[in-house]
Design a protein around this ligand. Structure first.
Ligand code: NDP
Ligand code: GDR
Length: 382
C-alpha cells in the first residue's frame, strides 16, 4: 500500500521516470555511483552491468580526460549498438542542487558513494576541500535522497576506510575497534561514517558502511604507493626511469586485490542483506611497503638489497650495484598510520565473502600490467 501511494505521488514529480507499475518500480535494478571514474567505480560498474543493472555514474567536469578506466565499457548512446545501460551525469559532491537533480531523475534503487578526494597525503595540503567533499559530500548525497522522498526506496553504500582506525589501538581491526583517524582524510571519512549511521538510525534508511582496507589493482591511481612502485619497477627495468623515490618504507598495510571482483562483490552484497549493517573487508594479512618494493623488483628480475637507515636508506640492485630506491622526506606524512591489519570475520560469516589474499600474485599482476603499458603508451589509460 505504502509503495503504491509512493509511486503515485512520485510519478507526479517533474523529473520522474515512468516505471509502469509499483511492482516494476519495486523490482528496478538501477545503480547510481559517485566516483565512477575511479579505481573502485570502474570495477563496480563492470560487476553491476554483469548483474543486469542499469548503471548511472556521476562524473566531474575536467579539462583533461578522466574516463580512461571506463573506456572499455562505454558505448556512444547514439549508436544503435550502444548498451544503453551505462549513463554518465556531470556532477560533484560539493553541489547539492546537482545531486538532487540526478537523484530525482535517475531514481536509483542503490547508491554507492565512492566519490572522494581519496589521497591521504594530499588531504594534509587540502584539508578543507577534503572535509567538504569526503565529509559533507556524504551528507549532501544522503540529504538529496531524502529531498527526493527516496529514503525508504534506496539502499546506500558509504565507502568507509581502514584509515578510520589510524593510530593502532588494537589488531586485528574489526567493526568494534575504536576509531582514531590520523589525517584530514581520515577525519572527514569519520564524519561520513557517522552521518551514514545516523541517517540509518534517524530516518530508517538502508545505509551501510563498508570499512575497506587498502585494495590495489592495475587501475590503482599512480600516486598511491603500490602503483608508484609497480610502474617504477617496470620503467626502471626498461631503462625509462633511473631511481624510485619513496617515503616511509616501514608502514604496513593489509593490501587486497581491488580488481578481482571480490571487493565490488562485497560492496554489492552489503546492500542485499535483510537489514543494513557495517562491514570490514580485509585480507587478514599485513605487509610493509619495503616488501612490496622487493616483490615488485623481483618480478622484473632484480634483487633489492637495503643499505643505511632512515632518510639515508637506499635500495640497491644486487647484480649491478645500482641504487634504485631512495628515500625522499617529502613523501612522509605529518602523522602516519603505522599498521593496518583487518579482521573480515563478520563479512565472511554474514556475507559469505572472502577476499583472495595472494599478495605476491597481486604485485606480479600490477608489475606485468605496467610493463605492457610502458611498451604501449597509447593504451596506457589507467
Ligand atoms: P579513486 O581516487 O581512484 O577515485 C575517486 C573517485 O572520486 C574518482 O572518480 C574521482 O573523480 C571522484 N571524485 C573526487 N572528488 C570528487 C568530487 N568533488 N565530486 C564527485 N566525485 C569526486 O578512489 P578509489 O576508487 O580507490 O576509492 C573509492 C572510494 O573508496 C573512495 O571514497 C576512497 O576514499 C574509498 N576507499 C578506498 C580504498 C582503496 O584502497 N582504494 C580503501 C578504503 C576506502 P575524478 O576521476 O574526476 O578524479
Ligand atoms: P593509504 O595509501 O595512505 O594507505 O591510503 P598510499 O598508497 O598512499 O600509502 C600507503 C603507505 O605507503 C607509504 N608510502 C608512500 N605513499 C605514497 N602515496 N607515496 C610514496 O611515495 C610513499 N612512500 C611510502 C605511506 O606513508 C603509507 O603509509 C589508501 C587510499 O586509497 C585511501 O583512500 C584509503 O582509504 C586507504 O588506502 C585505505
Amino acid at each position: 500500500k505504502d509503495l503504491e501511494r509512493f509511486v503515485e505521488e512520485y510519478l507526479s514529480k517533474p523529473f520522474a521516470r515512468d516505471y509502469g507499475s509499483p511492482e516494476d518500480y519495486r523490482k528496478r535494478k538501477v545503480a547510481l555511483i559517485s566516483g565512477i571514474t575511479g579505481q573502485d567505480g570502474s570495477y563496480l560498474t563492470e560487476l553491476l552491468i554483469e548483474k543486469g543493472y542499469e548503471v548511472h555514474g556521476i562524473i566531474r567536469r575536467s579539462s583533461s580526460f578522466n574516463t580512461g578506466r571506463l573506456h572499455h565499457l562505454y558505448a556512444d548512446q547514439h549508436e544503435p549498438t550502444g548498451p544503453g545501460k551505462f549513463i554518465l551525469h556531470y556532477g560533484d559532491l560539493s553541489d547539492s542542487t546537482n545531486l538532487v537533480y540526478i537523484l530525482s531523475s535517475v531514481q536509483p534503487s542503490e547508491v554507492y558513494n565512492l566519490g572522494a578526494q581519496s589521497h591521504v597525503k594530499v588531504s594534509f595540503e587540502m584539508a578543507e576541500y577534503t572535509a567538504d567533499v569526503d565529509g559533507l559530500g556524504t551528507l549532501r548525497l544522503l540529504d538529496a535522497i531524502r529531498t527526493c522522498g527516496l529514503e525508504k526506496h534506496v539502499r546506500f553504500y558509504q565507502a568507509s576506510t581502514s584509515e578510520l582506525y589510524g593510530k593502532v589501538v588494537e589488531t586485528p581491526q574489526s567493526e568494534t575497534t575504536p576509531f582514531y583517524p590520523r589525517s584530514p582524510y581520515g577525519v572527514a571519512k569519520l564524519y561520513a561514517y557517522w552521518i551514514t549511521v545516523n541517517y540509518r538510525e534517524a530516518y530508517g534508511m538502508y545505509a551501510c558502511n563498508g570499512i575497506l582496507f587498502n585494495h590495489e589493482s592495475p587501475r590503482r591511481g599512480r600516486t598511491f604507493v603500490t602503483r608508484k612502485i609497480s610502474r617504477a619497477a617496470a620503467d626502471i627495468s626498461l631503462g625509462k626511469q633511473g631511481c624510485l623515490y619513496l617515503g616511509n618504507l616501514d608502514a604496513q598495510r593489509d593490501w587486497g586485490h581491488g580488481g578481482d571482483k571480490t571487493t565490488s562483490e562485497g560492496m554489492w552484497r552489503m546492500l542485499q542483506q535483510p537489514t543494513a549493517e557495517d562491514f570490514v573487508l580485509a585480507t587478514g594479512e599485513t605487509h610493509p611497503v619495503r616488501e612490496f618494493v622487493e616483490k615488485a623488483f623481483r618480478a622484473v628480475g632484480m634483487d633489492i638489497r637495503w643499505q643505511g637507515s632512515g632518510v639515508d636508506e637506499v635500495g640497491i640492485d644486487s647484480k649491478s650495484g645500482r641504487t634504485l630506491i631512495r628515500v625522499d622526506p617529502k613523501y612522509f606524512r605529518p602523522a602516519e598510520v603505522d599498521l593496518l591489519l583487518g579482521n573480515p570475520a563478520k563479512a565472511e560469516r554474514l556475507l559469505g565473502w572472502k577476499r583472495k589474499v595472494d599478495f605476491e600474485s597481486l604485485v606480479k599482476e600490477m608489475v606485468k600490467a605496467d610493463l605492457v603499458a610502458a611498451q604501449n603508451p597509447i593504451d596506457d589509460q589507467n
